[in-house]
Design a protein around this ligand. Structure first.
Ligand code: AQP
Length: 339
């Protein structure tokens, strides 16, 4: 019997265990997964191999890994229905990454803006892993023959590269082995910006803790951060027009709309003629309501992590089963000895 369109889909996504999980990770990624899991088969990974591409994360990796797992479950990801696992527990990721790197021209990697941003002026000293990060990301997705990848705007370029790599491999071996994965970039918060600077994305690695709302922040911290979030001296906007020149305001409206599940136009209509102080109070209440639920559930899960660990172990077994089958097929296509 033919599979329905939804049954044929396989969703893959992940978060790096680099600490300071924030509202951008939640609104841009995890919140959307909670909806997607209702209809589609999903695999959610904690991408720890990616997290060691920058040195400063290496000694907190275990703690951060459990924290991401707790955030997934506390946000509403069902570990029975979906596979939740840790990337380094499935060796196929590294194996496929090597194979795919042999089908990725260096010119493609040279165009990746995230490497340029993260390596900064010190490109010569940046680790090879930081440079080849997008190939590992392609391997993460393609290892499971995933068809759809929900991500925030910041990962769009990497996903396009994954599509190019899948097609390059298929073309080279004249097969239709890898599906060409589609990005899912939805909602009002595909790019949540820093609370201090509307031109920078909210990020775990921003040295200023005031730039982001962490999923572990308490109510007081959230209130203070939103009160101090950058705005301007203009009145509350009356339309979306010209908001591109007011990125901080646009950001706060998008965060509000995403949490409320309404459109930015509706938010503007609701707060028209109100001042920013009032809007910010309402916004902090909304964030506190959502984040405090997640944060207290996370604390509970992290207090005794036997349950969390058992989910990750079972998840790795399930992921490994799919990965091994696909790697076996792949080796046959390439023609490796013993395949
Ligand atoms: N600011 C953001 N707005 C919307 N979505 C975001 N994501 C990250 N930041 C935002 C989405 O969250 C998912 C997991 O991201 P990640 O942890 O794997 O890596 P990242 O994109 O590099 O996140 P950070 O916070 O910026 O980490 P650092 O500072 O360590 O680089 C992805 O789907 C991402 O799109």
């Amino acid at each position: 019997m033919e599979k329905s369109e939804e049954e044929a889909k396989l969703i893959f996504s992940g978060v790096q265990p680099t600490g300071n999980l924030h509202l951008g990770n939640y609104l841009g990624a995890i919140k959307n997964w909670v909806e997607l899991q209702k209809k589609t088969k999903c695999i959610f990974c904690i991408v720890d191999l990616h997290a060691i591409t920058t040195q400063d994360n290496q000694n907190r990796i275990l703690k951060n890994t459990r924290e991401v797992a707790a955030a997934y479950i506390a946000s509403g990801i069902d570990p029975k229905k979906n596979i939740i696992f840790v990337q380094s527990n499935v060796t196929g990721h590294s194996e496929l990454s090597w194979i795919l790197s042999c089908h990725t021209p260096i010119g493609w990697l040279n165009r990746m803006t995230q490497f340029k941003d993260k390596a900064g002026k010190n490109k010569e000293r940046a680790a090879l892993g930081l440079y080849s990060y997008p190939v590992l990301m392609a391997a993460d997705i393609l290892l499971y023959k995933s068809t759809h990848v929900p991500v925030g705007e910041d990962q769009k370029q990497h996903l396009e590269l994954s599509r190019d790599i899948a097609q390059a491999f298929n073309r080279y071996y004249d097969v239709n082995f890898f599906p060409v994965p589609e990005p899912i970039i939805t909602g009002n918060a595909t790019r949540v910006m820093s609370l201090k600077d509307g031109s920078k994305k909210m990020s775990k690695s921003d040295p200023s803790d005031q730039s982001r709302v962490n999923l572990s922040d308490d109510s007081e911290e959230i209130k203070k951060k939103i009160q101090k979030a950058k705005t301007d001296s203009e009145p509350f906007p009356s339309s979306l027009e010209n908001l591109d020149d007011r990125p901080e305001i646009k950001n706060l409206i998008n965060i509000f709309s995403s949490l409320k599940n309404n459109s930015p136009e509706e938010t503007i209509a609701q707060y028209l003629s109100k001042d920013f102080k009032y809007f910010k109070e309402e916004l902090s209440n909304l964030i506190i309501e959502r984040v405090s639920k997640i944060s207290s559930e996370m604390q509970k899960l992290l207090r005794d992590y036997t349950y969390l660990d058992s989910i990750l172990i079972q998840g790795s077994e399930r992921a490994n089963e799919i990965a091994e089958t696909n790697i076996k097929e792949l080796k046959k296509i390439i023609g490796f000895f013993g395949s």
